[in-house]
Design a protein around this ligand. Structure first.
Ligand SMILES: *Cc1c(COP(=O)(O)O)cnc(C)c1O
Length: 386
């Protein structure tokens, strides 16, 4: 499909056709894995299609980057070796030592570590703020110094919701850019650039890849000047996605829509089940009317996602027992794959924030609800909680 056609098309069409035309020489419908580091030049500087060296560009990665831009409705997409490599590139491309950023007070642990242990010593200060509270974000901004407002919505693992449109206005009033980590929602459920965000970042390791078989990251931007800065740093720092990883991530992206709908269907059933179970305390899911971010989530997300957190009556030991008793839910970190995962954030994904303002409750269990037969998931939780 031509670029013009894809831009106007619906989400699934963009996910399947964006960024790639069947190969002109062979007609290959799927982008080949270009396992090459360099390219023959037709005379000095005579590049074919602009390809010179695979850190700078590789056709398998170019196809993925085009598809990422298409699904997020951005101007340009960039693929990285991991979500954190994508984040690091944003920080160095869009801030400089002496600048300041506002970050979520329950950021993904690795994001917090990057800000606190890598960017801060480099010279980028940060203030954690509760993003569900727009006034708290406004108060955390340092006029003239704040370069970025960094948003995760829903957050990990407490699934709190930030109002992207309102936060974009607050950031822009202060001359800052709004960055949204869209990993938990995925581009199917939420497209932050259409709500005023300047930069979207993903760990494509999660829903975009979707099969727990590849680690990767993405940045999508809507402004050409920002794109140039990200593109320069992507090449200058070199944390790019390789051709094999790009191929797998691109293959995953094509089925994102159908997978997400099933993730959401199954998560809704799991939430219903947990809400009426006597061994379960609070259930945290943006789709619940009792969730403080329910209204905002309903406004900016197509559905409420596949991540569910809950507190177990009986404290940390009881929560650990549940995590160690499931058979269909696999005990493991990460999320967003077709298989269901269970984890204890306090001891696993969020162990690095223990003792800080970002600490999570010890009786909290997080589920990444997969797309298995839902009755098997419910039976597994029933026996684990019993
Ligand atoms: C996993 C994750 C990241 C980091 O991505 P990697 O691919 O593991 O480097 C960033 N943000 C969120 C919300 C994540 O879940």
């Amino acid at each position: 499909m031509s670029q013009d056609h894809t831009q106007k098309a619906g989400f699934e069409t963009r996910a399947i056709h964006g960024g790639y035309e069947p190969d002109p020489t062979t007609g290959a419908v799927i982008p080949p894995i270009y396992a090459t580091s360099t390219y023959k030049q037709d005379g000095v500087g005579g590049l074919r299609g602009g390809y010179e060296y695979s850190r700078s560009a590789n056709p398998t990665r170019t196809a993925l980057e085009g598809a990422l831009a298409a699904v997020e409705q951005g101007e340009r997409g960039f693929a990285f070796a991991s979500g954190l490599a994508a984040e690091d590139t944003i920080l160095r491309a869009l801030t400089s030592p002496g600048a300041h950023a506002v970050i979520p007070d329950d950021a993904y642990g690795g994001t917090f570590r990057l800000f606190d242990k890598v960017a801060r010593p480099w010279g980028l200060a940060h203030t954690p703020a509760h993003l569900a509270d727009v006034d708290a974000v406004r108060a955390a901004i340092r006029p003239g110094e704040t370069a970025l407002v960094w948003v995760e919505t829903p957050t990990n693992p407490l699934l709190s919701i930030g109002d992207i449109e309102a936060l974009a206005a607050v950031a822009h009033d202060a001359g800052a850019l709004l960055v949204v980590d869209n990993t938990f929602a995925s581009p199917y459920l939420q497209q932050p650039l259409t709500l005023g965000a300047d930069v979207v970042v993903h760990s494509t390791t999660k829903y975009v890849g979707g099969h727990s078989d590849v680690v990767g990251g993405a940045v999508v931007v809507r402004d050409l000047e920002v794109a140039e800065r990200i593109g320069f740093h992507q090449n200058a720092m070199g944390a790019v996605a390789g051709p094999f990883d790009s191929f797998l991530t691109h293959r995953g992206l094509k089925t994102l829509g159908v997978r997400m709908d099933r993730h959401c269907d199954n998560a809704e059933r799991v939430v219903d089940f947990l809400c009426s179970h006597p061994a379960v305390g609070t259930v945290i899911y943006p789709g619940l009317e009792t969730h403080p971010g329910h209204e905002v989530a309903g406004k900016q997300m197509k559905r409420f996602g596949g991540m569910v957190s809950f507190r177990v009556n009986g404290g940390e030991q009881a929560a650990l027992r549940v995590c160690e008793s499931t058979h269909v839910f696999t005990l493991g970190e990460s999320l967003g794959g077709v298989e269901s995962l269970i984890e204890h954030p306090g001891r696993m994904t969020h162990a690095s924030v223990a003792g800080t303002a970002l600490e999570v409750p010890a009786d909290l269990v997080r589920l990444s609800v997969g797309i298995e037969t839902v009755d098997d998931l419910l039976a597994d939780l029933e026996q684990a909680l019993g």
